[in-house]
Design a protein around this ligand. Structure first.
Ligand SMILES: *Cc1c(COP(=O)(O)O)cnc(C)c1O
Length: 359
């Protein structure tokens, strides 16, 4: 079997055992005589799939009972509108702009209220996470929005930002289930599935129950969290197959030992790459040390032509999708849960060889 090491930022690698299980069940799921893709969502066999997926995510993330888990569509980008539509009461919200996605979220929210950017790290092309303190937050803001892991720039929050009594909302698209988080510190966590949970088409929203029901009058039904919660994410047809695959991924992480174990693996894996970058004479890490992402590792040679040469040579060796986002340039290795440690070790070996030949 010719599997490559796929460093794509998303959609990205899925664990091989998950793909194999999905393949084995493709045409006849659990004796039903049909594929999960062919099933009505309103049947006991499918209901068991979505319920098990939710139960396993709750277990994995230790999600308290007073939080709802929603399985929605439209990607994380739809939540950029859903968040203000569902949460604005005073009409005020504060945003931290730490990268391209948080900037998009900030811009989208401006359509709906008095939206303030309280911190921004664009001065250094988002190579760090701005420090947030309680006194920066407007006390009458309905929430503070952050992007917890900046997929494009390769940075993440070193700790949960301090927002006092103001509800914290986090886009965790590229770091969800990569390590434990204390869900109780957040009012809302949302994430597109295609980075670390499963196929695209599914967006997970974890929302504290007391925050539901404050949506604007004109909120589209499909974006109304309360409506979706009241209907167990089945107001209409949910992204059935994507939920099934995400469910397999949750089970895979649980069987591996849960998020504590996942964190240990991810830290080790990222360290292999960062340690090499810190000592390399050719490659330089982009993100500032204190804010390094465990999931997206950005680096450059400092020479755009050499970067290009590297990406091409890497691809020929089976290390694919290492080209950085155009706003950063250089390279980005996305090493989500599904990337085996061996993939990172081999990439570093290849980088050493490339360095010896090109320095
Ligand atoms: C990929 C990504 C998004 C956009 O996700 P879509 O599902 O494509 O809308 C938003 N935020 C973060 C942090 C991302 O990594």
């Amino acid at each position: 079997m010719n599997r490559v090491y796929n460093f794509s930022a998303g959609p990205s690698m899925l664990p091989l055992p998950v793909l194999e299980k999905a393949a084995a069940e493709m045409t006849n799921y659990n004796g039903s005589g049909m594929s999960v893709m062919e099933m009505s969502h309103r049947t006991p066999v499918y209901e068991a799939i979505i319920q098990e997926a939710e139960a396993n995510l709750r277990k994995l993330m230790n999600i308290p009972d007073n939080y709802k888990v929603l399985f929605l569509q439209g990607g994380a980008s739809t939540q950029f509108a859903s968040v203000p539509l569902n949460l604005l009461k005073t009409g005020k919200a504060d945003y931290v702009v730490s990268g391209m996605f948080s900037k998009k979220a900030y811009k989208e929210a401006q359509k709906y209220g008095d939206i303030k950017c309280i911190a921004n790290s664009e001065d250094k092309n988002f190579a760090y996470i701005p420090k947030i303190t309680k006194d920066m937050v407007r006390p009458d803001a309905d929430y503070v929005h952050v992007c917890y892991n900046n997929t494009i720039f390769g940075t993440k929050y070193p700790e949960v930002p301090e927002t006092g009594d103001v509800v914290l909302v986090a886009d965790m698209s590229s770091c969800i289930i990569s390590e434990p988080v204390d869900v109780t510190k957040f009012g809302v966590i949302y994430a597109g599935a295609q980075k670390n949970m499963g196929p695209s088409g599914l967006t997970v929203v974890i929302v504290r129950e007391d925050l539901l029901g404050n949506q604007r009058e004109d909120t589209p039904t499909m974006l109304n969290w309360k409506e979706m919660a009241d209907n167990d994410s089945m107001y209409n047809t949910p992204p059935c197959y994507a939920i099934y695959v995400a469910g397999l991924v949750f089970k895979w992480v649980l069987e591996l030992g849960g998020l504590e174990k996942m964190k240990e693996i991810n830290e080790k894996k990222a360290a292999i790459l960062y340690d090499f970058l810190d000592n390399s004479k050719l490659f330089k890490p982009v993100a500032e040390k204190d804010y390094r992402s465990l999931m997206n590792v950005t680096f450059v040679t400092g020479d755009a032509d050499l970067d290009k040469k590297f990406c091409k040579a890497a691809e020929a060796e089976g290390f694919v999708n290492v080209k950085g986002h155009r706003s950063v340039g250089g390279m980005r290795a996305s090493i989500y849960n599904a990337m085996p440690t061996e993939g990172v070790e081999k990439l570093v070996e290849f980088m050493k060889k490339f360095e010896a030949e090109n320095n």
